[in-house]
Structures are given as C-alpha cells and as structure tokens.
Design a protein around this ligand. Structure first.
Ligand code: BTN
Length: 241
C-alpha cells in the first residue's frame, strides 16, 4: 500500500492513499506510533460492507477508516452516535435537505443511501470505524430495495477531504458530549433523524427475523419493536420495510 502522512485532524493522525483494498484492513498497518489514526483513500479495490456485502466504489468518493477506543458496554451506543455524527455532517453541508438515519447508522439523503458504516474490532477496546460516503457518484446497488444517492447528484459539491475533516470534528464533539453527559442527548437527536419511526419494520439478523412497530431507540442504542409477542429490544441487524 502506498500512503502519505498528511496532518493531524482533531485527535487523529491522518494518512491518505490513492488506492487500497479496504481502508478497514490497511488502517491496522498505521498503528505503530499512536492508537488514533485515520486512513482515507481515493479508491478501494475490495471495499467491504456490513454482513459480508461489498461496498461498491466510484473513484473520488470518500472512503476512510479511523480508530477509536470504545468500551464493550458502549458499543451499541457508539454505533448510533457514529451515524448521528455523519447525519449532522451531511446536514451542515446540505442544510435544507431530507436527511434520515436508517437504523442503526445508514445515512439517507432525499430517499437514497448516501453512506455506510462498518465497525470492526482491532484488539480489546480498539475499533476500526470505516465509513463510505458517496460524494461524486452513487454506485448501482444490486438486489437492493433502495437506491444509492450522492452529494453531487443533489447539487452539493464538497471535496472528500473537507467532508472528512468536518466529520471528525463533529464526531469528536459528539463523543465528548456522550462521555460528559451520557447517551440521552445523543439518543434524542438520533430519534429526530430516525427513518420509519412508528411504522412496521422487519429486523433481520443471523439469529432471527422480527416484525413489529418501531417504537424507539432504548438507552443502550437497541431498537425497540412492538411485536405480536410483546416489546422486544434488538441489538443488531438490518432493517427492512
Ligand atoms: C454498509 O453500509 O454495508 C457499510 C459500508 C462501509 C463502507 C466503508 S468504505 C471505507 C471502509 N472500508 C471498507 O472496506 N468498508 C468501509
């Protein structure tokens, strides 16, 4: 992998690369001096999505992975917080658009999926947080029930690096707020962006498929459904309508 050290952005030592297989894999090679690094790339040849899916690439979109210490008991809260920081970044850039978070942390812009997040454990409490944002183009998503969106097709032009810098500043602020005040403010703000809140949804994961009314997000970051069996809290999965 060829990459270049750039500068410090917020807490992170930032490296940029013209092409990598996956920033989630390559970021691990940068951890010698500090645990706080971010690797961005112009292109990924083997971008990965959640649950074994591929993350399709258009050259010039934003692909990056940063590292962060997340205690195990906070993980599902951070899964939501990271999505919220991303939605807030998009909101700052696009202002009046229709921005929603599809549980747990896909950000949608005007009805299309703009970004995806893949968290992977590196060691103990250290996590790789990989984010893809469609800046210049929206890839075709095969066999999917929703379309992809990009900032440029919505008339918004920002460089991938300006987006990255804005995101890391917002994440750092949100994380500091969570550490100081707890999850409640983050949870409420997340709910302001929640897609399908109050509607019937299906959550699929390795263990089961549950259908019910999406009532809320609980104080652990779990989705709360009202199903035929009663109130159920689900930690992880994909949401379908
Ligand atoms: C998803 O919605 O399924 C998650 C997609 C995550 C894609 C990003 S792009 C940067 C990082 N590197 C990867 O290989 N995946 C994540």
């Amino acid at each position: 992998m060829s990459y270049e050290y750039k500068e410090k952005i917020a807490l992170w030592e930032w490296y940029d690369s013209p092409e990598v297989t996956s920033t989630n894999d390559e970021v691990k090679n940068l951890l010698a001096k500090t645990n706080l690094v971010v690797l961005s790339a112009e292109k990924q040849s083997g971008g990965r999505g959640r649950r074994g899916r591929k993350w399709q690439g258009v050259s010039g979109n934003l692909y990056f992975t940063y590292t962060y210490q997340i205690p195990t008991q906070d993980l599902s809260k951070y899964v939501c917080l990271i999505g919220l920081s991303l939605a807030k970044t998009v909101q700052e850039i696009v202002q009046s658009a229709d921005i929603q978070i599809k549980w747990p942390n896909d950000v949608f812009l005007n009805g299309g999926k703009l970004s995806g997040i893949l968290l992977e454990n590196i060691s103990e409490n250290l996590w790789a947080i990989g984010i893809g944002v469609n800046i210049v183009g929206a890839p075709e998503i095969a066999n999917n029930r929703y379309k992809a969106a990009s900032l440029s097709e919505n008339g918004v032009f920002i460089s991938r690096i300006d987006f990255l810098k804005k995101y890391l500043e917002i994440f750092m602020t949100d994380s500091a707020q969570y550490i100081k005040e707890g999850f409640e403010t983050i949870r409420k703000k997340w709910l302001d962006y929640a897609m399908n809140l109050g509607s019937v949804v299906t959550i699929k994961n390795e263990a089961h498929e549950k259908q019910g009314i999406f009532l809320t997000l609980d104080d652990s970051g779990y989705i709360v459904l009202k199903t035929e069996q009663g109130i159920e809290r689900i930690i992880a999965g994909d949401l379908f309508t």
